[in-house]
Ligand binder design. Structure first.
Ligand SMILES: [Zn+2]
Length: 334
């Protein structure tokens, strides 16, 4: 059976749920394009994941990939607006109809303040919707290592900035040393305010990290979550409660969680009825995009175009949107 071509997948209308703004990478590219730097920027040459292990691998990879310090002066509202606009322009080129963009960089928030940062992103959101018809929601990323107090502050900022398009909160960072229980209070407040909850879990740590994310944080979605495959009872729970996994194939491979896509738990999770979606995570860092990720999956698992479209419908079901918007998206992706 021949799998669908890259172009036929690119043309499919899409929804993406797990995409980081990659603030410093995009700022760096922006100034280099404006003539602010001379060296060609190739993140995949800078970072060598083989040098790192465990969670540390992720942190070091990201750090190393940011090659060089980004001066504070680059964190202006204008630049934040511009990089958000560019991200949405790229999304539109891949026929994204709706995308949830995560942002959590400490420097942006501490230098500009959450309100100015998110207002700048909201301006880009409005411009991109007008220019390309792409809709977008923002997810506030909370980094575990920064502790429960900062988590709570971020949640309050997210709630205060809902008008800017914040639709949810994401817990990310070191799963092993910072268990979900530390963030019960912060995420509880987000949930009470009606924000969607997604947690990076079951990526480096095993099923217990997922169970606590579900029971103590009320996660509706899991960033990665692929280690759920180790626990049949957990897979049943995810299926029965419609907890959706945001799977990012290239990210999982680059960080050494799986040696190749052929042995990725995706197929097993799908056959057990676990809702799964495909995402690009950090597309600039990983030199990828959603079309490529879907094509990789189609090629590896011999999937037809309608099966790929099915994965995109799962993303619509799990998006942090109103029922009205969900029906509109379901229609647009049909
Ligand atoms: Zn992520």
């Amino acid at each position: 059976m021949s799998h669908p071509s890259l172009e036929s997948i690119r043309r499919l209308p899409k929804v993406e749920l797990h995409l980081h703004l990659e603030t410093s990478l995009r700022l760096r590219r922006l100034v280099e394009r404006q003539g602010g730097g001379s060296t060609a920027f190739e993140p995949h040459l800078v970072a060598d994941p083989a040098k790192f292990s465990g969670y540390d691998r992720l942190r070091r990879l990201r750090y190393a990939s940011r090659a060089g310090k980004i001066p504070n002066e680059l964190y202006t509202a204008e630049n934040i607006e511009q990089i958000t606009y560019e991200l949405l322009e790229e999304a539109a080129a891949h026929h994204l109809r709706y995308v949830e963009v995560r942002v959590g960089g400490r420097r942006g928030f501490s230098l500009l303040g959450a309100t100015r940062m998110l207002e700048a992103m909201a301006r880009a959101r409005a411009r991109a919707e007008e220019a390309f018809g792409v809709r977008c929601g923002f997810i506030m990323t909370i980094v575990r290592e920064r502790g429960p107090e900062e988590a709570e502050q971020r949640v309050l900022e997210a709630i205060a900035c809902r008008e800017c398009g914040v639709v949810g909160v994401d817990l990310a960072g070191d799963e092993g040393n910072y268990p979900p229980t530390l963030y019960t209070r912060a995420l509880g407040r987000a949930r009470e305010a009606g924000l969607g909850i997604t947690v990076h879990a079951g990526e480096f740590a095993g099923p217990s990290s997922i169970w606590t994310s579900l029971y103590q944080l009320g996660a509706a979605r899991l960033g990665h979550g692929i280690r759920a495959v180790e626990d049949p009872e957990l897979m049943d729970y995810l299926r029965e409660h419609h907890v959706t996994l945001e799977i990012c194939p290239s990210s999982n491979m680059r960080l050494g969680l799986v040696s190749s896509l052929g042995v990725h738990p995706l197929k097993t999770l799908m056959s057990r009825g676990v809702p799964v979606t495909i995402n690009s995570d950090d597309p600039m860092l990983l030199s990828t995009d959603l079309t490529r990720e879907l094509h990789l999956v189609a090629e590896t698992f011999q999937m037809r175009l309608d099966e790929i479209a099915g994965l995109l419908q799962t993303a619509v079901r799990a998006a942090f949107v109103s029922n009205e918007m969900r029906s509109a998206l379901q229609h647009a992706l049909r």
